[in-house]
Design a binder for this molecule. Structure first.
Ligand code: URA
Length: 191
């Protein structure tokens, strides 16, 4: 049931020329994982490898994300993965407001179709889209927020940030991510 509805939105993205990123993309990057009503992860934007393959989180950050999930027994079968914007910004720069605005209807549709009970907001770009009035990720990560369709949303660090901050000592970003993923697992197990 989800599949046809999502396919319709993906087809719209494939034909989308609402912003300049359409001119430079190789592929749109719509989603990975299994469409389900339990858990969705919203990342930032496709990078080089994602743009080449048309699949989110397949580069180094994606490999770390898979490890973080695996540490509590999750795999891509347990989560629907998408991004705030569907096309790669040149040189991996942050998406511009007009790019995020142009793409928002597709993210909104993905959420509306699946109505996931848990939404993981991965990094500042997703955070500023889903919780525009909140401040930075460091202040709000690990906290639950009320989301659309009665969902619970938790901001988490982006794996690219963790790649740049390798320490695992108590209180470090990696250590905090370990706390957050365990909390997410607990909440997921209640579903
Ligand atoms: N970073 C993201 O936020 N999304 C991807 O798909 C890849 C890297």
């Amino acid at each position: 049931m989800y599949k046809e509805e999502l396919q319709e939105i993906e087809n719209k993205c494939i034909k989308c020329f609402k912003c300049n990123l359409a001119k430079t993309r190789t592929n749109i990057v719509f989603s990975d994982g299994v469409p389900n009503n339990k858990m969705m992860l919203i990342g930032e934007a496709p990078g080089f490898y994602e743009d080449q393959k048309g699949i989110p989180f397949v580069g180094k950050a994606g490999q770390l994300l898979d490890k973080i999930f695996a540490s509590v027994g999750f795999s891509r079968n347990d989560v629907y993965i998408c991004n705030t914007i569907k096309c790669r910004p040149p040189e991996n720069r942050n998406p511009l407001p007009e790019e995020k605005n142009a793409c928002y209807e597709y993210l909104k549709a993905q959420i509306e179709i699946l109505k996931p009970k848990i939404i993981l907001i991965c990094g500042n770009v997703a955070l500023n889209t889903m919780l525009p009035e909140e401040i930075g990720i460091t202040r709000v990560r690990g906290k639950w927020f009320d989301g659309p369709y009665n969902s619970k949303m938790m901001p988490i660090f982006h794996p690219s940030y963790l790649l740049r901050n390798d320490s695992r000592t108590k209180g470090s970003p990696k250590w905090l991510m370990w706390q957050d993923i365990q909390e997410i697992r607990k909440e997921y197990d209640k579903l």
